[in-house]
Design a protein around this ligand. Structure first.
Ligand code: DX5
Ligand code: ZN
Length: 223
């Protein structure tokens, strides 16, 4: 079984002091840094790119940086993120003309590869490519913004993808992104997630360590 990972999404951090925010959330017990890249094309919002990822590495961040690409096209930007210090790079199949090729490109760049399924994207998109992946990321909100509510159908989808991963026998992480809070993380973990993105639930709280501890303890009761 994969270890539990809490990956705060810096989308909800204070961008005016990003280095300090990332240091604080890691000190508070976070495992990864979830890095949301939006292009005002694939999604209706615009955020940060490889230069900010590199700046975090230069600032001294050593934790895995989990890059979630919400950009189209995907391939052009992959090597830039690999050079900038990304550990994992995930993308949406709708944003790449050749999904299998993009997965290979991410791995050839030295990063772990993830595929992201939107709330309405069927799990069959994983057929023929699942075994190539290091991570499957299920969106439990529509991508583009932090602070949205968890879409309940993601629970049934988690259970289906958990079965697919278990059947494959491979060490593939199952990550969930959107509307994850301390009070719903237990049912999300019970449905099969091992890796949890949380933005507003952590960065809008006064005490990051307190929320992360609550999340980890809720998860440890069910997995
Ligand atoms: C949404 C992003 C998420 C977002 C999650 O497009 O992919 O990572 O920051 O934010 P919360 O946890 O506030 O729903
Ligand atoms: Zn994300």
């Amino acid at each position: 079984m994969q270890s539990t990972v809490i990956a705060p999404s810096i989308l909800s951090a204070n961008f005016a002091k990003l280095g300090e925010e990332v240091d604080n959330v890691l000190k508070a017990g976070a495992d990864w840094v979830h890095f949301d890249v939006m292009d005002n094309h694939y999604v209706p919002n615009l955020t940060i790119g490889p230069m900010v990822c590199e700046a975090l590495r230069k600032h001294g961040v050593t934790a895995p940086i989990d890059v979630h690409l919400m950009v189209e096209p995907v391939d052009r930007i992959v090597p830039d993120f690999a050079k900038a210090g990304a550990a994992l790079i995930s993308f949406h199949p709708e944003a790449s003309a050749h999904v299998h090729r993009t997965v290979q490109l991410i791995k050839a760049s030295g990063c772990q590869a993830g595929l992201v399924l939107n709330p309405a994207t069927p799990v069959e998109v994983l057929d023929y490519v699942l075994e190539e992946l290091d991570l499957v990321l299920l969106m439990s909100v529509n991508p583009g913004f932090g602070g949205q509510s968890f879409i309940p159908s993601a629970l049934a989808k988690l259970r289906r993808v958990r079965e697919m991963i278990d059947r494959s026998g491979k060490a593939i992480r199952l990550e969930i992104d959107g509307g994850v809070k301390a009070d719903n993380i237990a049912e999300i973990a019970a449905a099969g997630a091992d890796t949890f993105v949380a933005g507003s639930a952590i960065f809008n709280a006064p005490d990051y360590a307190d929320v992360i501890a609550k999340m980890k303890s809720a998860v440890s009761n069910v997995r």
